[in-house]
Ligand binder design. Sequence first.
Ligand SMILES: NC(=O)c1ccc[n+]([C@@H]2O[C@H](COP(=O)([O-])OP(=O)(O)OC[C@H]3O[C@@H](n4cnc5c(N)ncnc54)[C@H](OP(=O)(O)O)[C@@H]3O)[C@@H](O)[C@H]2O)c1
Length: 326
Amino acid sequence: MGITVAVTGPTGEIGKSTVQALERLADVDQIVGMARRPFDPAEHGWSKTTYQQGDILDRAAVDALVADADVVVHLAFIIMGSREESARVNLEGTRNVFEATVAAARPRRLVYTSSVAAYGYHSDNPVPLTEEVPARGSPEHYYSEQKAACEAALAEITGGSDLEVYVLRPCIVAGPKAPALADAMPWTHLPGPIKRINQILPLLKPPIPDPGIPLQLVHHDDVASAIALSVTTSAPPGAYNIAGDGVVSVGDVVRELGARPVRVPEVAAVVASGIVTRLPFVPSALEWLHVGRTSVVMDTNKAKSQLGWAPKYTAAETLSALAASL
Ligand SMILES: NC(=O)c1ccc[n+]([C@@H]2O[C@H](COP(=O)([O-])OP(=O)(O)OC[C@H]3O[C@@H](n4cnc5c(N)ncnc54)[C@H](OP(=O)(O)O)[C@@H]3O)[C@@H](O)[C@H]2O)c1
């Protein structure tokens, strides 16, 4: 008899690939996916999966989701949103999932996707970051602050329980089924005729500053395989960094996605980040600027040697796969 896996956020960029990977596991009999908006598992070709409508802010819905699960995979999160709305869903909702899983009798394992952002963008971060580095977050970036707060809540809520807790810290996820990175670039929304003129006359492409910071990328299918491994592995619980091999630059991303990188000194990104930090009111979207101010390249050896994770795509291949899909 196989296991039942409950997944919050099964329709997201990581969620869809995760359910796909779980569907292929012989050890998994059933998958129950909970999101606010409906989806039809059959449309995705999923035969083990059922949909449960629910909001992670609704504790009763979360209790019902986890009650019959052996393993809970928590993916639901607001990534791009206002500081206020994201805090409500991400802090309160995530706490609900952690508390409900500890309180329920059946679940023996919890898999949570945190993020590289949980480490924060600190100039004294070692390069590369290993899992021993504390997840301090950066309060000036709502997402980073919330990811660190969720990890702290996870430790507090599950500490002393028998639950096996796996925390995955992926870098930016991309690929044909994860276009959010491209969607975040304003020029990708230009009308078709203007994009075509830009292709013929490259100098008309929008110039984008490139401070030269190395970036890691990971393919959605590789994150999904790390999550699927965490669901069934006998490797020790704990935190695992997840990133494709190699790095790309902001310039590579900008070029592949159709704009024109203009190299600026690294210090420009630090200065811009410093200015944004001191402004009295900053739109939440602008807080993502802090990501570019320092390297947050992670060491992924622990995931490879202990989880047995073997990413199929490098950072450069992930970027090319995303660009080719646009
Ligand atoms: N994408 C990345 O680059 C990346 C990198 C590192 C870590 N991560 C982390 O990986 C996790 C999954 O990310 P993702 O990219 O798949 O996110 P996503 O594409 O934004 O999808 C979010 C999912 O969560 C669901 N959801 C959102 N709010 C909910 C709520 N209140 N109650 C129930 N379900 C809710 C959404 O469905 P509904 O809206 O229909 O509810 C959707 O299924 C997140 O924790 C994210 O921080 C992502």
